[in-house]
Design a protein around this ligand. Structure first.
Ligand SMILES: Cc1cc2nc3c(=O)[nH]c(=O)nc-3n(C[C@H](O)[C@H](O)[C@H](O)COP(=O)(O)OP(=O)(O)OC[C@H]3O[C@@H](n4cnc5c(N)ncnc54)[C@H](O)[C@@H]3O)c2cc1C
Length: 464
């Protein structure tokens, strides 16, 4: 027997639950299907658990530096990993439970727990249940991708999901991948007390960032004693006794890294391969992302895809914005679009990197006349007072329109201060408005007007 709904939402990530709230409030009978923990990646295995652990790692770091601030601790600093995990699990558990209770208590909403699969463009199955609807919203997210590295099958390795299950300190954590997930885990485990080596096939960490940003991040991590193996042309893993050995064909003197545990953090793949999309005729791109238009419609009328599974963003805020776009178009006659969105994200190493808009390399490549201003965090009073002067900030401006094109703030408070720039970009305000704004002293953001008062022409790349 088939049960019919007005709308079916698959996945309870960052878009699905809020969409269920809006659709049911609009009078629709909605089914929500979840196969795992409510709240999806961010709440259970992504942002919240990692940032909770980053906070524990920061506490350990500050405690070790206590003497720099005139504070005597009088003993060695140790980290209780069981407590770190317990604190984290309490926070994530509360969020996940909150979303589950919200959905289960929502009027007009029926929750199904299990794996959803399309049977046709109008029907899905969840275990023995068959559900049909005129509208489907796919919010199935992504999972860690595991590349076929030679020897990987013969070693015990972790992904960003399974590393969260442990409550002990790895003696030496080898991290394959120098992207944001690898770096966040690397720095936190180093601060907890592990030896950490990051292996990256590219010539630098965070390869989509500007070279100066990558270099500054590398310095910050190396200052804390994290080992780097860049240009690792060929990575092979094996066990030697209790040790994991990573063969690294790179240009450093040592070709082998010997550690106790391995984290594979080389990217994520969309959860679209087990959804029966072919039965519904839903198109994907070559990487498995569901193809959508600017308003998140798939090629099949009545089916939308939101969040990481559509490849239009890979963040909590982009997934939530997908919900806002779909809800606005469906319920408010407001034609919001993905292309209205500016690139924005943070990398939660300490100090964090806040990013908005284009990188310097992208601006140079575009060939447009541009201006750039920058300042090291060693010349930011707030950073000096806090004893956290690593990093720098830079802002890029269109020389003709005076609109802000992009910014990077790598430094204490960078994840917050970047929003001054981001909001000005959304307002399409000329940079002079921000330059003349009076910001609060002492803050990191107070230097943004100063930087905008010191802009210099950006030389155009020769190959642009
Ligand atoms: C370690 C880590 C740290 C991160 N840190 C940040 C950060 O600091 N800031 C940030 O913005 N982003 C961060 N992210 C990314 C962020 O978590 C994701 O972009 C975000 O959670 C994507 O949400 P989503 O709505 O696409 O789906 P998800 O949150 O991935 O949820 C998808 C849900 O769908 C369910 N599902 C999948 N397939 C099916 C099916 N067939 N049937 C039923 N249910 C199904 C899954 O069980 C899951 O609950 C991080 C990610 C990781 C891994």
């Amino acid at each position: 027997m088939t049960t019919t709904f007005d709308a079916i939402i698959i996945g309870t990530g960052q878009a699905g639950p809020s969409l269920a709230g809006r659709l049911t409030a609009a009078g629709m009978k909605v089914a929500v299907i979840e196969r795992g923990r409510f709240g999806g990646t961010c709440v259970n295995t992504g942002c919240t658990p990692t940032k909770t652990m980053v906070a524990s790692a920061y506490a350990a770091r500050v405690a070790r530096r206590a003497a720099d601030f005139g504070v005597a601790i009088g003993g060695p600093i140790t980290v209780d990993m069981k407590q770190v995990k317990a604190r984290r699990d309490a926070i994530t558990g509360k969020s996940s439970k909150g979303i589950e209770s919200w959905l289960k208590g929502m009027a007009n909403c029926t929750v199904f727990e299990g794996q959803a699969r399309f049977a046709s463009a109008h029907e899905v199955t969840v275990g023995p249940a068959r559900l049909s609807a005129e509208r489907f919203f796919i919010n199935t997210g992504a999972r860690p991708s595991v590349p076929p590295l030679p020897g990987l099958d013969h070693v015990k390795y972790f992904t960003s999901d399974s590393l969260l299950d442990i409550d002990f300190l790895p003696r030496h954590l080898i991290i394959v991948g120098g992207g944001y997930i690898g770096l966040e885990f690397g720095q936190m485990y180093r601060r907890f007390g592990s030896e950490v080596t990051i292996i990256e096939t590219g010539a630098r960490l965070m390869q989509r960032e500007d070279e100066d940003v990558s270099a500054a991040i590398k310095d910050i991590l190396e200052q804390e004693g994290i080992n780097m193996r860049l240009n690792a042309a060929c990575i092979a893993l094996s066990m030697q006794g209790d040790d994991v050995v990573a063969g690294v064909d790179c240009d450093s003197e040592s070709r082998e890294v010997r550690g106790s545990h391995v984290l594979v953090a080389v990217g994520r793949r969309p959860n679209t391969d087990d959804l029966g999309l072919e039965k519904a005729g839903i198109e994907m791109d070559k990487h498995g992302y569901i193809a959508v238009d600017d308003q998140l419609r798939t090629n099949v009328p009545g089916i939308w895809a939101l969040g990481d599974c559509n490849g239009k963003g890979a963040f909590t805020h982009t997934s939530y914005n997908d919900f806002e776009i779909v809800a606005a178009n469906l319920l408010n006659n407001d034609t919001r679009r993905v292309s209205d969105r500016h690139t924005a994200y943070a990398v939660y190493i300490d100090p964090p990197l806040g990013r908005a808009g284009m990188t310097e390399a992208e601006v140079r490549k575009s060939g447009r006349p541009a201006l750039m201003g920058q300042r090291t965090m060693a010349r930011v009073t707030r950073a000096i007072e806090k004893g956290e002067t690593n990093g720098f900030m830079k802002i890029l401006v269109d020389a003709q329109t005076h609109e802000i094109l992009g910014a990077a703030i790598l430094g204490v408070g960078g994840d917050e201060a970047i929003h001054c720039v981001l909001d000005a970009m959304y307002a399409k305000a000329p940079y002079t408005i921000v330059q003349r704004a009076v910001h609060i002293h002492p803050t990191v953001a107070e230097l943004i007007p100063t930087i905008l008062g010191e802009l210099k022409p950006l030389p155009v790349a020769l190959d642009s």
